[in-house]
Design a protein around this ligand. Structure first.
Ligand code: AQP
Length: 326
């Protein structure tokens, strides 16, 4: 299968991004042809600092590598390096119904989050995402829950294109992890963990031991006692239990049993330890990779060349089918 997925270089990649998306990539790359993109053109649709962009892109690339993406197997590249993404997005925009775009939850949420930055790019971002996916004739897209609706829209766009211009694109499926598809904010467990939120609401893959401890100890918990999984009554503790179980490998029930009769404090201290140990190799590899900028850049250059071969072939076909000169 051809797989495509990406992350916006908008800052510190957190355990939500890891558990929702990246962790799946590592398993999928073993048996599939994977294309992993750093989607910088999506990052400009919400407030950002241009001076930070290059750093964030290199950091994202080093995170992919530190997490275990194998550049000899998978294609790793930067979206803006392959111009066909934008070209295809424009053409797909012409067959995307406005009504479908208006329904997108991410647009509504991000418009609320950035009230002074509601732009047409943010509204159109699902069309660019569809182009990212379709350019590689992708069959499956490993993502977190928040992106499921965009993959569904991509299927609609692919179907419309095929009906109008002849069979060209597969209708891609979203692959969601069984658990961890929506890790919630540490400060507000009713909201998803997000890298553009305040730093104490997420655990970055590269937080120091002290930062992890502080963030977990100050995470919002629920009234009452008992380390019990109940998303409706105890959303805070349930979110922490999900993270604990995914990193520690034990089931939620086993962890509940261990903390029976104990308080939130004991549970949080233990979770902080689990996180510190789990993330230690990331911190180490990331530190090393950040001193090897040339090596990381070479991987991105190679990825660009490999991605371009596929992208150019698809664009040629699309233009021919749409009656445009190529
Ligand atoms: N909280 C989450 N739980 C599980 N998966 C998540 N993802 C994001 N948040 C969670 C998944 O991570 C991948 C990359 O996401 P993105 O960088 O493209 O942007 P996003 O979905 O908007 O993620 P953030 O962290 O909330 O970033 P900002 O703050 O920049 O908007 C996707 O597969 C996503 O589903």
């Amino acid at each position: 299968m051809r797989i495509f997925s990406g992350i916006r270089p908008t800052g510190n990649i957190h355990i939500g991004n890891y558990l929702g998306a990246v962790k799946q990539w590592i398993e999928l790359q073993e048996k599939n042809e994977c294309v992993f993109c750093i989607v910088d053109m999506h990052a400009v649709t919400t407030p950002y600092d241009p001076k930070e962009m290059k750093k964030n892109i290199l950091e994202a690339a080093s995170i992919y590598l530190a997490a275990g993406v194998n550049p000899d197997k998978s294609i790793i590249f930067v979206q803006s390096d392959v111009r066909e993404h934008v070209e295809l997005a424009w053409l797909l925009g012409a067959i995307t119904p406005m009504g479908e775009l208006s329904r997108m939850t991410q647009f509504k949420e991000k418009s609320k989050q950035h009230k002074d930055y509601i732009n047409a790019g943010l509204f159109n971002y699902p069309v660019l995402m569809a182009a990212d996916i379709m350019l590689y004739k992708t069959q499956a897209v490993p993502v977190g829950k928040d992106q499921e609706q965009h993959v569904e829209l991509t299927r609609t766009i692919a179907r419309k294109f095929n009906q109008k211009f002849g069979q060209t694109f597969p209708e891609p499926e979203a692959i969601l992890p069984k658990a961890g598809a929506k890790i919630m904010s540490l400060q507000n467990p009713k909201k998803k963990m997000s890298k553009t939120d305040e730093s104490k609401s997420y655990i970055s893959l590269f937080d120091t031991e002290e930062e992890i401890e502080k963030k977990i100890m100050s995470a919002t918990t629920d009234s009452g006692k008992g380390v019990i999984y109940n998303v409706t009554k105890k959303p805070g503790i349930s979110n922490l239990l999900t993270i604990y179980s995914l990193l520690d490998g034990r089931t939620i029930q086993e962890i509940e049993k261990e903390f029976k009769g104990k308080g939130y404090g004991d549970f949080k201290k233990s979770l902080a330890k689990v996180l510190i140990n789990y993330l230690e190799p990331f911190r180490r590899k990331q530190k090393e990779l950040l001193t090897r900028e040339v090596y990381v850049q070479e991987i991105l250059n190679k990825g660009k060349s490999r991605a371009e071969v596929i992208a150019k072939t698809t664009m040629q076909e699309v233009k021919e089918k749409m009656g445009l000169t190529s």
